[in-house]
Design a protein around this ligand. Structure first.
Ligand SMILES: Cc1ncc(COP(=O)(O)O)c(C=O)c1O
Length: 352
């Protein structure tokens, strides 16, 4: 099986380049450049029970998340990152030989999970504008696909799923896992639809908007009947007390975090405009905290490598559905300035 190749961590990148971690412009993981709320460090520093196991039923933290997301606490399960909830969905719904539908280009973990659970993966490529090919996806569901993951906004393309399309998918007899990892940057969520649809799971995370990627804190909102079953299949102490404290502190400092979301959203638009000024790049509009660009001329991998030599990390993609693209996470304004400056340098040689 192909496995999943995640990016390198900042200490490894800095070690390879022989520079300090602070000098790396890390725009390859869609992480939050402003980091967690200062209340998180306070809570972690003052916590006195690291030697004790966490509450296996996650009561306090589920109540807090339920209030944040507007669902009932009984519908929520917190995980070691939202990855864990995506994985639990595959574990529950995929037996060897089952079919899973996937809509690439999208988050690589979905097909990775299909492989891990030995499913047949029906790949339904997105259209040219990265919207879903709805008739083909519906056909896959009619043909018996049991599970479909859809991200909104989608990674790496940045576009959102329209509500009517989600409704059409939900009308089929298949489990739909809607991945809202970037929802806070689009200002849109479909969590309220979970009550009405017993085949909808919404996965969400504190990694992006709340800057807790390293602490691993995600959750999913399940239809009530399904939520009960999750407790029978989840390992008891999946959530660390550190993640629990960090979630509680983050939700108590929502104003601080929301200001940073606003900074990231406005910086996304500035980055998009500046990228659009470079004639050899074609950025795609984004509702998330990254911008995907088609590279016209040089190989996207070479552009990624030349940026990396300068300590600027971005992702590149080159697959049939995603030809020659780079994805740049939205950082602080100075990070955008660095990447634009470096791209201008690289572009000076293009077309000559
Ligand atoms: C679409 C999508 N879903 C989920 C995740 C994983 O989030 P977490 O850190 O909560 O596991 C990512 C991370 O990049 C993502 O892009």
């Amino acid at each position: 099986m192909p496995g999943y190749k995640p990016m390198d961590s900042i200490d490894v990148v800095a070690g390879d380049l022989g520079v300090a971690e602070e000098d790396i412009v890390k725009l390859d993981g869609n992480e939050n450049p402003y980091g967690p709320s200062p209340k998180v460090a306070e809570a972690l520093g003052g916590f006195g029970f690291y030697h004790l196991y966490p509450d296996p039923e996650q009561r306090r933290v589920r109540e807090a998340v339920a209030e944040y997301v507007g669902a009932d606490a009984s519908q929520i399960v917190i995980g070691n990152g939202s990855d864990e909830l995506l994985s639990i969905a595959a574990m529950l719904f995929l037996s060897p030989g089952d079919t899973m539908a996937n809509a690439p280009p999208t988050f690589g973990v979905y097909s990775f999970l299909g492989h891990v659970y030995d499913a047949n993966i029906r790949q339904v490529e997105r259209r040219e504008d990265f919207g879903l090919d709805l008739p083909a996806l519906e056909l896959a569901l009619e043909d018996g696909a049991k599970l479909l993951y859809v991200a909104s906004p989608n990674n790496p393309t940045g576009n959102s799923l329209p509500r009517d399309q989600l409704e059409r998918l939900l009308a089929h007899d298949a489990m739909i896992v809607l991945d809202e990892a970037y929802s806070e940057f689009s200002g849109e969520s479909f969590v309220s639809m979970v009550r009405k649809h017993d085949n909808l799971i919404v996965a969400r995370t504190f990694s992006k908007w709340a800057g807790l990627a390293g602490l691993r804190a995600g959750y999913a909102v399940f239809p009530p009947a399904l939520a009960e079953i999750i407790w029978n299949v989840k390992v008891p102490f999946n959530l660390t007390v550190a993640a629990e404290q960090a979630i509680l502190a983050s939700l108590e400092d929502r104003n601080w975090l929301e200001k940073n979301i606003a900074l990231i959203v406005s910086e996304r638009e500035r980055l998009y405009s500046r990228l659009a000024e470079l004639p050899w790049l074609r950025p795609y509009p984004s509702q998330a905290n990254f911008v995907l660009c088609e590279v016209r001329g040089p190989a996207a991998k070479d552009v990624r490598d030349r940026l990396a030599e300068q300590g600027i990390m971005v992702r590149y993609f080159d697959s049939p559905g995603l030809r020659n693209c780079i994805r740049i996470s939205v950082g602080k304004p100075e990070h955008s300035d660095s990447v634009i400056g470096a791209l201008k340098g690289i572009g000076a040689g293009v077309g000559k």
